[in-house]
Design a protein around this ligand. Structure first.
Ligand SMILES: [Zn+2]
Length: 254
C-alpha cells in the first residue's frame, strides 16, 4: 500500500468522524491541504506562502506524492526512467528540488528577523542599502530568474541584522513569481520586519524564459523598482538610493 493510499484511508476515517475535512474526496495530502485553503479563501498562487497550512511532518509526504506525479510526467514525455541511468531518480530529485529549493519560500515560515532598538540619542538616521543576490523562478514557465536586489531603507525605531534583508528577499524569491510581484513582495516584507515606511527595492535580473526559449535573448536584463514613503515623495532620497546602487555596482559589478 502506498503512503498516499494510507493517507486516503486516514482521511476516509476522519470523514466518518465528522472531521472538518468532510467533503474532501481525493487521496493525496496536497488535496486535503488545498481543500482547507479553498474553504478558508486562502490564496495559494505560485508566489504565495502557505506555511500556515503545513505541519512539520507534511513535507515528506508532499515530496513523495509529487515524486509519483513527476514519474507520470516523465512517462508522458516518453523518457525511459527504467533504464536511462540519468533519468532514474529524476522524479524524486524534481520533487525535492521544488519543495526544498526553488519553491522553498512557499512552504517555509518567514525568516526570524530579530529587531534591535534604534531609539537612543545617537540613533542611526541615514539610508541603508543592502545588495542581495536572488534566485527565483518564473510562474509562467518555471524557468530560473537570477539577479540582484538592492534594498534601501531609512531606519525607523528598530533595526534588523544585515543578513536578514537578504534572507527575507530570498524567502520571497524562492517561489514562482513575476519580477514585478517579487519587487513588491520584498518591499512589503522589509517594511513589516523593520516598521519603516521608507523603503526602496530595485531588482535587476535575467530570465531563463527569455534566454532558454522564446526569444532566446542571452543578454536581456529586466529592471524593476518599488519605492515607498520618502523614496517616492522626496527627490533627494530617491536620488541618494540610485546613487548608492551605482556605487554598489561600481564596487561589485554583477
Ligand atoms: Zn517565464
Amino acid at each position: 500500500m502506498t503512503e498516499s493510499v494510507i493517507y486516503k484511508n486516514i482521511l476516509a476515517g476522519a470523514e466518518q468522524q465528522g472531521d472538518d475535512d468532510k467533503g474532501y474526496q481525493e487521496g493525496y495530502l496536497g488535496d486535503a491541504i488545498r481543500f482547507r485553503m479553498n474553504r478558508d479563501g486562502k490564496r495559494f498562487w505560485a508566489g504565495d506562502n502557505i506555511s500556515e497550512y503545513l505541519q512539520d511532518t507534511d513535507k515528506e509526504q508532499l515530496i513523495n506524492d509529487a515524486a509519483e506525479a513527476f514519474e507520470t510526467v516523465l512517462d508522458r514525455l516518453l523518457i525511459d526512467r527504467e533504464t536511462d541511468p540519468n533519468s532514474k531518480g529524476t522524479a524524486r530529485r524534481l520533487a525535492k528540488m521544488y519543495f526544498n529549493e526553488v519553491m522553498a519560500g512557499r512552504y517555509e515560515t518567514a525568516p526570524d528577523a530579530t529587531a534591535f532598538p534604534n531609539d537612543s540619542a545617537d540613533r542611526y538616521e541615514g539610508m541603508l542599502v543592502v545588495r542581495s543576490e536572488l534566485r527565483s523562478m518564473c510562474s509562467h514557465h518555471h524557468q530560473p530568474v537570477a539577479g540582484v536586489a538592492y534594498i534601501g531603507i531609512i531606519a525607523a525605531n528598530k533595526l534588523i541584522g544585515l543578513s536578514k534583508y537578504t534572507r527575507i528577499a530570498q524567502w520571497c524569491a524562492r517561489r514562482g513569481t513575476l519580477q514585478e510581484e517579487l519587487c513588491n513582495d520584498i518591499a512589503r516584507e522589509i517594511m513589516k520586519a523593520t516598521d519603516s515606511e521608507n523603503v526602496g527595492v530595485y531588482i535587476q535580473a535575467t530570465h531563463g524564459c527569455c534566454e532558454n526559449r522564446g526569444i532566446m535573448a542571452h543578454s536581456s536584463l529586466t529592471q524593476t523598482t518599488v519605492l515607498k514613503g520618502a523614496f517616492t515623495t522626496d527627490a533627494g532620497t530617491k536620488k541618494e538610493f540610485f546613487d548608492n546602487i551605482k556605487l554598489q555596482q561600481d564596487f561589485a559589478p554583477r
